[in-house]
Design a protein around this ligand. Structure first.
Ligand code: PLP
Length: 390
C-alpha cells in the first residue's frame, strides 16, 4: 500500500461517484429508478458523425500519432463554427486549442495561469470540476455567489475590491449548470470591463451553448467586444452533438491562453485520435438540424416537467437554458434530505444542491435526460409523496 501525494489528497471529493453508487444500489435491488441525477445525455450521436468516424478509423493516417496540437482542419472547423453560429472571427492557428473534452481544458487552465496562492473566482453554485483545477494549481478559491434575485448572475459589487484587484482568473458558465440561468449581453459586457480593468482572465464555459429555451439563443462570451483580449471560451461537443463519450472539445479566444494550454498538453499527452478529430470536424461543419431538434426535445421535456410540478402546487422556475431544472426544495428539508426522500420513496434520482456549493443548499438539480413519458411518470410519483398531498 503506497501513500498518496498531498496533491492527490487535496483534490475535492467527487460527489457524483457517491450518487452513482447510491442510485446503483436501488437499481440492483430491482427498483425502476428514474435517473435525473447525472448530466449524461441520453440521446445517440447523430449517424452522419458516427459514419465519418467509421470511415476515418480505416484510414492509416489516423493510426499514427496525430500532430501534437491536433489537426489543423479541426481548428479550422472550430473557427468556421464560431463564424457561422456567432459571427465571431477566430484565427485557427493561434486562437483554437483542441481539448480532451471541456473538462480537461477547465482543469488545465488554472495550472497554466496560476501560481500557488493566486486568487481564482468560481461561481457558487457551480460545476464541481472547477474546484479540481483550483486544487491542482494550489490556488486560492473565492466564490462568487449566484443568487436567485440576480437571475443567478454574479453581482460583482458584492465582491471585496481587494479580491477583485488581486484575482487572476474567473470562471463563468452560461447557460448555467446547475441553475439553468442564461447570461445577458449587459452582464458579459460588465464582465469584460471588470476583467480588463483588473487584469483578470475570464474563462467562459459554454458547455450548454446549444441549449436555449423560449427562442433565446445562448450568447457566446466572444460576441462581446474586447472579450478575446480578456479571456477564452471552452466549447465541448459532448452536449451539442451527444458526444460525451468521445471526449472532444476546444478552447477559443485569447492567443496567449491558447498557447499556454497547448504547451501544457504537449507535456501531458499527444492529441486525440484522428478519427475523432475527423468526426468532430464533421459535427461542427456538417448538417446542423440535429442540434435544433435536440434543443426542441429538451424544451418539450422542460415544459412537461415544469407544468407537471406546478400542477402539484410546487412553485418552480423554468430554466432558460442547459438541460437542468433547479428546483427549490420544499420548506423543512435540506437538499440532501429531499433528494433522499425522492430516491427512497419515489425512486427518482436527483442531485442535491449542496453538491454544487454552499449556495446550492435549498435546491435540487433535475436533469431533463429522459423521455417526456418518464418525466410525466416522475411527476406522478412525486404527486404521491405525503409532502405533496393536499
Ligand atoms: N462544463 C459544464 C458546466 C458541464 O456540465 C460539463 C459536463 O457535464 C462540462 C463542462 C464537461 O463536459 P465535457 O468534459 O464532456 O466536455
Amino acid at each position: 500500500q503506497f501513500s498518496t501525494s498531498q496533491t492527490l489528497n487535496n483534490l475535492p471529493k467527487q460527489f457524483f461517484a457517491s450518487l452513482v453508487k447510491k442510485v446503483g444500489k436501488y437499481i440492483e435491488a430491482g427498483y425502476d429508478v428514474i435517473n435525473l441525477g447525472q448530466g449524461n445525455p441520453d440521446q445517440a450521436t447523430p449517424q452522419h458523425i458516427v459514419k465519418k468516424m467509421q470511415e476515418a478509423a480505416a484510414n492509416p493516417v489516423n493510426h499514427k500519432y496525430s500532430p501534437f496540437q491536433g489537426f489543423r482542419y479541426l481548428k479550422q472547423a472550430a473557427a468556421d463554427f464560431y463564424k457561422r453560429e456567432y459571427d465571431v472571427t477566430i484565427d485557427p492557428d493561434s486562437e483554437v486549442a483542441i481539448l480532451f473534452g471541456g473538462k480537461a481544458g477547465l482543469v488545465e487552465i488554472p495550472q497554466c495561469l496560476l501560481n500557488p496562492g493566486d486568487i481564482m473566482l468560481v461561481p457558487d453554485p457551480g460545476y464541481p470540476d472547477y474546484l479540481s483545477g483550483v486544487a491542482l494549481a494550489k490556488a486560492e478559491m473565492i466564490t462568487m455567489p449566484l443568487r436567485e434575485k440576480n437571475s443567478f448572475l454574479p453581482d460583482y459589487s458584492e465582491l471585496p475590491s481587494d479580491v477583485i484587484e488581486s484575482a487572476k482568473l474567473m470562471f463563468l458558465n452560461y447557460p448555467n449548470n446547475p441553475t439553468g440561468a442564461a447570461a445577458t449581453k449587459e452582464f458579459f459586457e460588465e464582465t469584460v470591463q471588470l476583467a480588463s480593468q483588473n487584469d483578470i482572465c475570464v474563462v467562459h464555459d459554454f458547455a450548454y451553448g446549444a441549449i436555449g429555451y423560449d427562442g433565446n439563443v445562448p450568447l457566446s462570451f466572444l460576441q462581446i467586444e474586447g472579450a478575446k483580449e480578456v479571456g477564452i471560451e471552452i466549447y465541448t461537443l459532448s452536449k451539442t452533438y451527444n458526444m460525451a463519450g468521445w471526449r472532444v472539445g476546444f478552447a477559443v479566444g485569447n492567443s496567449s491562453v491558447i498557447s499556454a494550454v497547448e504547451l501544457l498538453q504537449d507535456h501531458l499527452y499527444c492529441s486525440i485520435f484522428g478519427g475523432i478529430q475527423e468526426a468532430a470536424a464533421e459535427a461542427l461543419t456538417g448538417p446542423q438540424e440535429c442540434v435544433r431538434e435536440l434543443n426542441h426535445l429538451y424544451e418539450r421535456r422542460r415544459n412537461v416537467l415544469i407544468a407537471g410540478l406546478r400542477s402539484l402546487g410546487w412553485n418552480v422556475t423554468a430554466p432558460k437554458g442547459s438541460f437542468f431544472a433547479w428546483l427549490k426544495v420544499p420548506e423543512g428539508f435540506t437538499s440532501t434530505e429531499f433528494a433522499d426522500i425522492l430516491l427512497e420513496q419515489a425512486h427518482i434520482a436527483v442531485a442535491p444542491g449542496i453538491a454544487f456549493g454552499e449556495l446550492g443548499e435549498g435546491f435540487v438539480r433535475v436533469g431533463l435526460l429522459t423521455s417526456e413519458e418518464r418525466l410525466e411518470e416522475a411527476v406522478r410519483r412525486i404527486s404521491e409523496l405525503a409532502i405533496f398531498k393536499k
